[in-house]
Design a protein. Structure first.
Length: 261
C-alpha cells in the first residue's frame, strides 16, 4: 500500500511550499486577470497561502477556502486574511457549497492530490455561476517540475521509494487541457509557469526540503549514513553562487476555462 502524503503542519508547509505557491500564484493570477469584486472558492486552500495572495492581488468580495486538513486550516485561521475569508473542512470531490455560488473557483497545487480529478473539476463547475472561471495550477510532476525534484530524484537513485500524489500524471499540460475540455468548459487555455527561489545557503535549502511530507516519509526508511549520502548528492547538484546562495527552479502547468452560459 502506497503511503499517503499528508499535510498537517501548517507552519512547516508555509516554509516548505508556501513561498513557492505564492511565486507561482502571482504569475497565475496575472494570467487569469479577473476583475475585482468577485466571489472565489479556494479548493484545497491548505494553510491559506494562496488565499492570502488572492486578497492581495485579486481584490475579491469574498473567499471560501476548503481543505481536508484541520492542521492546515488552523494555521490559515491565524492569518490576517481570516478576517475576510472563511475556512472550512471539506472534500474537493464533494464541496460543501450550493450550486452557482461563486464567480470563480481555483485549485492551487491541489489537482494531483484529488483521487478523481474529473469529479473535482465537476464539483468546481457545479458551484460556479455560468460565465464564471474554473482554473488551477500544479507542479509538472511527470516533467520534473516539482521544487524538490532534485532531492526526490536522488532518493530514487539510492533505491528509496518516494510517495507520490494519487493523480500525479494529471499535472501534465495536455492532461489538464483534456480534463477541462472533457468537463464541458469553454475557452480552455493552458500555460507553463516557471519560478525560482533563492535560499541563503545549502543548510537553509536542505532544512526546507526536509519539511516536504514526501521527503519526511521517505527519510524514515533511511539510515543516518544514507541520509548523509543523500545530502552530499543533492548539494553537488545544486551549486551555490559566490555568495553561498542557491537558487533552484520549479515549473508548473496552469489551466483555465469558463462555465458555459
Amino acid at each position: 500500500m502506497t503511503e499517503q502524503i499528508r499535510f498537517d503542519d501548517g507552519a512547516g508547509y508555509e516554509r516548505m511550499m508556501g513561498v513557492w505557491s505564492r511565486l507561482a500564484g502571482n504569475v497565475f493570477l496575472d494570467w487569469l486577470a479577473l476583475r475585482p469584486g468577485l466571489t472565489w472558492a479556494d479548493i484545497g486552500c491548505g494553510n491559506g497561502a494562496f488565499t492570502e495572495l488572492l486578497f492581495e492581488r485579486a481584490a475579491p468580495s469574498a473567499v471560501q477556502g476548503v481543505d481536508p486538513s484541520e492542521g492546515q486550516l488552523a494555521f490559515a485561521r491565524t492569518r490576517l486574511v481570516s478576517r475576510a475569508a472563511e475556512f472550512r473542512q471539506g472534500d474537493a470531490m464533494a464541496l460543501p457549497f450550493g450550486d452557482r455560488m461563486f464567480d470563480a473557483a481555483t485549485m492551487a497545487l491541489v489537482i494531483f492530490f484529488v483521487p478523481d480529478p474529473a469529479k473535482g473539476v465537476a464539483e468546481m463547475k457545479r458551484v460556479v455561476r455560468p460565465g464564471g472561471t474554473i482554473a488551477a495550477y500544479a507542479w509538472d510532476l511527470p516533467g520534473g517540475g516539482f521544487p524538490m525534484e532534485t532531492m526526490h530524484s536522488e532518493m530514487k537513485a539510492l533505491g528509496v521509494k518516494v510517495p507520490q500524489p494519487p493523480s500525479a500524471d494529471i499535472s501534465r499540460i495536455d492532461a489538464l487541457h483534456a480534463l477541462w475540455k472533457d468537463a464541458g468548459l469553454a475557452d480552455v487555455e493552458t500555460r507553463e509557469i516557471k519560478v525560482e527561489r533563492t535560499f541563503a545557503d545549502f543548510d537553509d535549502l536542505w532544512t526546507t526540503f526536509r519539511l516536504s511530507p514526501s521527503a519526511t516519509a521517505a527519510a524514515k526508511t533511511m539510515s543516518a549514513a544514507d541520509l548523509e549520502t543523500l545530502r552530499s548528492r543533492v548539494k553537488a547538484r545544486l551549486p551555490a553562487d559566490s555568495s553561498g546562495r542557491i537558487t533552484p527552479s520549479a515549473r508548473a502547468n496552469a489551466v483555465k476555462g469558463r462555465v458555459p452560459n
